[in-house]
Design a protein around this ligand. Structure first.
Ligand SMILES: Nc1ncnc2c1ncn2[C@@H]1O[C@H](COP(=O)(O)OP(=O)(O)OP(=O)(O)O)[C@@H](O)[C@H]1O
Ligand SMILES: [Mg+2]
Length: 258
């Protein structure tokens, strides 16, 4: 939302009045997994706020808690303590159905494991969230074609996931997340399966949405060029989230610390 939009927008309790207010935020967010080996603090008192026009990038070793954090932010999982706010709404105050509704309307989620439905074609997978929003069939077809083109998969529209390469499946998952034009994009390792050139194209796409459409993006990654696109770079270690004071935005390609 631009400043001009907000000046003319009616009072709306679902959207923050201030366009620079966080679109999504975490407050002392904690998720403890109870395992046979004992309690595991996968997300440990995390505080984070991301506003429109920001691309927050989170790096961290495997097992540091990135997917856990993103799942909590997206309302896919509930915290053990602490809270997530989307705009001015506390997810803890919402029923599972209302969280699902908020997710459908506001959040695009790119799963690390893609989460594609195996019996549906690429196009049909992308259509799922548009159907959930009751977008009219003609507009659905148009939008599916648009996002397939954005990720370079127009020729693969009819193929099912098992007929696609890992990188192509990942791009279908990205297209599906973008289909509904979400205000918030949560992307878990969105370039993990992509070759370098394709990864750069996907990063251009996400950074372009952040810059031009002022969406809010939270991206986890091991890919140094993604870190360089960050408006803010954070590092996760043992469930704790810190500013990336070790490397700073200028020197994030040093692989030794990844
Ligand atoms: N459902 C679960 N039950 C128990 N432990 C879990 C569960 N999900 C994740 N964990 C543990 O929580 C920790 C954080 O996992 P998470 O998947 O969030 O890490 P990650 O940073 O995303 O790792 P990667 O870079 O490999 O994707 C790990 O030690 C993992 O084994
Ligand atoms: Mg992960």
């Amino acid at each position: 939302m631009t400043a001009a939009d907000s000046a003319t927008a009616p009072a709306n309790t679902a959207a923050p009045a201030n366009p620079t207010a966080p679109a999504i935020s975490a407050h002392d967010l904690t998720r403890i997994y109870r395992t046979a080996a004992g309690d595991l603090r996968a997300c440990d008192r995390v505080n984070l706020a991301a506003s429109p026009g920001e691309m927050v990038v989170i790096r961290g070793r495997s097992g540091s808690g990135k997917t856990t954090l993103l799942g909590l932010l997206g309302g896919l999982d509930r915290p053990t303590s602490g809270r997530v706010q989307v705009g001015d709404r506390n997810l803890a105050d919402l029923s599972d159905d209302l969280v699902a509704e908020l997710r459908r309307g506001t959040i695009g989620y790119i799963f690390q494991s893609f989460g594609l439905l195996p019996m549906l074609s690429a196009a049909e997978n992308i259509e799922v969230p548009l159907r959930a929003l009751r977008v009219a069939p003609a507009r659905r077809r148009e939008r599916v074609a648009e996002v397939l083109d954005m990720v370079g998969l127009s020729a693969q529209a009819a193929q099912r996931p098992y007929e696609l390469s890992g990188g192509q499946q990942q791009r279908v998952a990205i297209a599906r997340a973008l289909a509904t034009e979400p205000q918030i994009l949560l992307a878990d390792e969105p370039t993990g399966q992509l070759d370098t050139d394709t990864a750069h194209r996907i990063l251009d796409l996400i950074a372009g949405l952040v810059d031009r459409q002022r969406i809010t993006a939270v991206v986890t990654t091991h890919f140094p060029p993604a870190m360089r696109r960050a408006t803010r770079l954070l590092v996760m270690a043992d469930g704790r989230l810190e500013d990336d004071v070790v490397l700073g935005a200028g020197a994030v390609s040093a692989p030794a610390l990844m």
